[in-house]
Design a protein around this ligand. Structure first.
Ligand SMILES: Cc1cc2nc3c(=O)[nH]c(=O)nc-3n(C[C@H](O)[C@H](O)[C@H](O)COP(=O)(O)O)c2cc1C
Length: 179
C-alpha cells in the first residue's frame, strides 16, 4: 500500500513555538510510517466572510493541502481558554469545502496548562465538520521539557506523541482500506 500522507498544522504562528516543537517530534515518529507535510500558512488566510470569493489563493491553497492529506495532526496552544483565532478561522474555511469530513485527526496541545480547554474547543469544531477524532495529547508545563534548541527533550512526551501518531496513521490506513 502506498504510504499515507500526514499533514502537520501548528496553531501557533511564532517560529519558536513549543507546539511546533511537538509537531517536529510527530514528524520523526511518522518517518517510517507516512509521508509528512507541514502547513505553515494559516496566518495568510483572510478572516472568514461568506461574501468573499472562495477562490482566493490562500483559501484554495489551504483547502488543497488538507484535501491531499490522508490524516491531519494539529498542535495548538490555548489562548484565553480557547483556540487561537487564526486556527479557528482556518478551520471555519473548511466547513463549506468538507475537506475534513471523515478525515482522521489527532489533537495536541503544549503550553502552560496543557490546553485542555483549547483541545475541547478544537474537538467540538472538528466534530461539527464530521472529522474522525482519533486521539488527543495534552503536554502541560512544556517549557522545562524543551532543550536549549527549543526541541522537545522529554522522553515521556516523545513516547506519548509517537503513540498518537501511530493511532492517526492506523486510522488513515483503515480509511484507505474501506474506501
Ligand atoms: C494571548 C495568549 C493567551 C494565553 N492564554 C492561555 C490560556 O488560556 N491557558 C494557558 O494554559 N496558557 C495560555 N497562554 C500560554 C500559552 O499556552 C503558552 O505561551 C504556549 O506555550 C504558547 O504556545 P507556543 O509556544 O506553541 O506558541 C496564553 C498565551 C498567550 C500569548
Amino acid at each position: 500500500m502506498e504510504p499515507v500522507h500526514l499533514l502537520l498544522i501548528s496553531g501557533s504562528l511564532q517560529r519558536a513555538s513549543s507546539n511546533r516543537a511537538l509537531l517536529k517530534v510527530a514528524a520523526r515518529c511518522a518517518e517510517d510510517l507516512a509521508t509528512v507535510g507541514w502547513y505553515e500558512r494559516i496566518g495568510d488566510i483572510p478572516h472568514f466572510n461568506s461574501d468573499l470569493a472562495d477562490d482566493l489563493e490562500s483559501v484554495v491553497d489551504w483547502r488543497a493541502a488538507v484535501r491531499a492529506a490522508d490524516a491531519v495532526l494539529i498542535s495548538t496552544p490555548e489562548y484565553a481558554h480557547s483556540l487561537p483565532g487564526s486556527l479557528k478561522n482556518a478551520l471555519d474555511w473548511l466547513v463549506g469545502s468538507g475537506d475534513l469530513y471523515e478525515k482522521p485527526v489527532g489533537l495536541m496541545s503544549a503550553g502552560l496548562s496543557g490546553g485542555e480547554r483549547a483541545l475541547d474547543t478544537l474537538a467540538q469544531t472538528l466534530h461539527a465538520q464530521g472529522s474522525n477524532l482519533v486521539g488527543r495529547l495534552s503536554v502541560p508545563g512544556v517549557r522545562p521539557k524543551l532543550d536549549e534548541n527549543g526541541d522537545i527533550a522529554d522522553l515521556e512526551t516523545i513516547a506519548q506523541t509517537c503513540v498518537l501518531v501511530d493511532a492517526v496513521v492506523d486510522a488513515a490506513r483503515a480509511a484507505r482500506r474501506s474506501s
